[in-house]
Design a protein around this ligand. Structure first.
Ligand SMILES: [Zn+2]
Ligand SMILES: [Zn+2]
Length: 222
């Protein structure tokens, strides 16, 4: 089998035993060298969102507190480093659907996801769906029992061209498409957490319909 990232033959595939005891994060479809370039979120990270920082609370989360009087409850697996940037460029921009496999093993064996009544994901805009032909978040987390709960009601444009406060102030762009009153613990997943605005908009759209549920968020990269 060949590594999905460097295309060299993989000689050291993890055994079923190694996967089962899960001593370290593994990928069945990427060689050990390529996989080692992804940096897990370390100890020096924001207590609310996992961003790598020397401070206890990162600038984004301080901004959330100052302007919106709220704290996020977010978990991420990896830092958004150069390897992760390159990965998402191939997966999302070039639309290489198969690259979802890189993290599939890890997502499948992570116990974290079991504590939620409902797991949903950030939907794609109609335009992205037309050009990519798939929703990268839905495919990335396809190992999970995802439910479609949100739709994009209007596209607010690319986040990368805005500064921090502009991004945080983006108006609501999601609506809930399903009755969620029977769910208590809800998890919303996304591929990358940038400032938290997208996930927090999704969170408020759900809270508007079900005030009493607990919502947490998750992303592959932060
Ligand atoms: Zn490789
Ligand atoms: Zn933070």
């Amino acid at each position: 089998m060949k590594c999905l990232l460097c295309h060299q033959a993989i000689t050291d595939n993890p055994s079923l035993f190694e996967l089962f005891i899960n001593l370290k994060p593994m990928s069945e479809s990427v060689c050990e060298f390529c996989f080692s370039k992804f940096e897990p979120i370390g100890k020096k990270s924001c207590r609310y969102c996992g961003k790598t920082t020397d401070k206890n609370v990162c600038e984004d989360c301080q901004c959330w507190k100052k302007h919106f009087h709220m704290f996020v409850k977010h978990t991420a697996l990896y830092q958004y480093n150069q390897a992760m940037h390159d990965y998402f460029r191939s997966y999302k921009r070039k639309g290489d659907y198969q690259l979802a496999e890189v993290f599939a093993t890890q997502i499948r064996y992570t116990k974290y996801f079991k504590k939620y009544d409902l797991i949903t994901y950030i939907p794609s805009t109609a335009e992205h769906l037309r050009t990519r032909k798939f929703n990268p978040v839905q495919v990335l987390f396809s190992q999970l029992p995802l439910q479609s709960v949100l739709e994009v009601i209007h596209d607010t444009g690319p986040q990368a061209q805005k500064n921090r406060l502009q991004r945080l102030q983006t108006p609501q762009k999601f609506a809930v498409t399903k009755n969620l009153n029977n769910y208590q613990k809800i998890l919303i997943v996304n591929d990358i957490y940038t400032t938290g605005r997208t996930l927090n908009l999704a969170r408020s759209a759900i809270l508007k319909q079900n005030k009493n549920c607990q919502i947490e968020t998750f992303s592959l990269a932060r």
